[in-house]
Every structure is written in structure tokens, then in C-alpha cells.
Design a protein. Structure first.
Length: 150
């Protein structure tokens, strides 16, 4: 489906992401292992935080976003990874029972100067919850192998 990045990732292309729901148990499980701050792991204590209740770790939110990216296009493409994240903003807390959706927008693309078989694609990603409240913004470049002869 995304086997020719020159055709698949032209500037202006938008890819629908999600939806992906998150449960109380998933929030606590992720946080217990990776981000054990009380407002991610303890419902009672979280009520007294500035967030007013249990919320997903921002890194959990990023992991949910990555899953949506994989499901939508990465695992169906010639992805060669990414050199990093340029921007990541957690805009609102993700709470138990929230359903996250998003969009990936291709901002630009160019062949790598040092590896012309690689297309470097600049993306912006927006994610929101079921109430259309923005929860995450990210931007980064990703690398895709260009098929021979393309």
C-alpha cells in the first residue's frame, strides 16, 4: 500500500490515525513499569494532584500514537526508521476511557543527499480525544526506502 514513498508521501497527504482507546488498567500498568509518578499509578492520590485524577503518562500517550502510526502506514511501508523527534507537546491529559484519534500530515519530502535510495519525509501529527480536545502534537522526519527504478 505504501511501497513507493515517492507516490505515497507527497506534501499535503493526510493519513487518518486511530482510533485507540486506553483503559485505567493500561494507564496504571504502563506507568508502573515506565513512569511511576503517583498521578499515573494511584487513583486516590491522583485526585489531589493538579490534574484532578488518574492520567496517562505523556510517554504512554506517545506510545499509543506510535501504535496508531504503525497500524496506519509504517508497517505497510518501506520505513527505515527516523532520526528523532523534532517536537512533542502534550496538550491535555489522556484519562481512563479516552479514545484517541489523529492525523499524520506530510509537510515535505526529499531524497537523501548521502543515500539517494532514501526519501526523507517531514511529518506533523495531531491527536485528539473523543471530545475533539487536542492531546498531543508531534513533528519529525522519517526515512523510507525508494524502490529501485523509481
Amino acid at each position: 500500500m505504501y511501497d513507493n514513498p515517492l507516490e505515497s508521501f507527497t506534501p499535503g497527504t493526510e493519513i487518518t490515525l486511530g482510533p485507540k482507546s486506553v483503559s485505567r488498567d493500561e494507564i496504571i500498568e504502563f506507568a508502573t513499569e515506565f513512569d511511576p509518578i503517583y498521578f499515573h499509578t494511584d487513583e486516590v492520590a491522583a485526585k489531589n494532584s493538579m490534574l484532578g485524577g488518574l492520567v496517562a503518562s505523556g510517554f504512554h500517550t506517545c506510545s499509543l500514537a506510535m501504535r496508531m502510526l504503525c497500524d496506519a502506514y509504517i508497517t505497510k511501508s518501506t520505513s527505515q526508521g527516523a532520526p528523532g523527534i523534532d517536537e512533542c507537546k502534550w496538550l491535555a491529559p489522556v484519562r481512563p476511557g479516552d479514545t484517541i484519534s489523529g492525523v499524520a500530515r506530510v509537510k515535505n519530502s526529499r531524497r537523501s543527499k548521502s543515500r539517494p535510495e532514501i526519501l526523507i519525509v517531514g511529518f506533523e501529527f495531531e491527536f485528539w480525544n473523543q471530545n475533539k480536545t487536542p492531546v498531543l502534537f508531534m513533528s519529525n522526519s522519517a526515512m523510507f526506502r525508494i524502490p529501485e527504478g523509481a
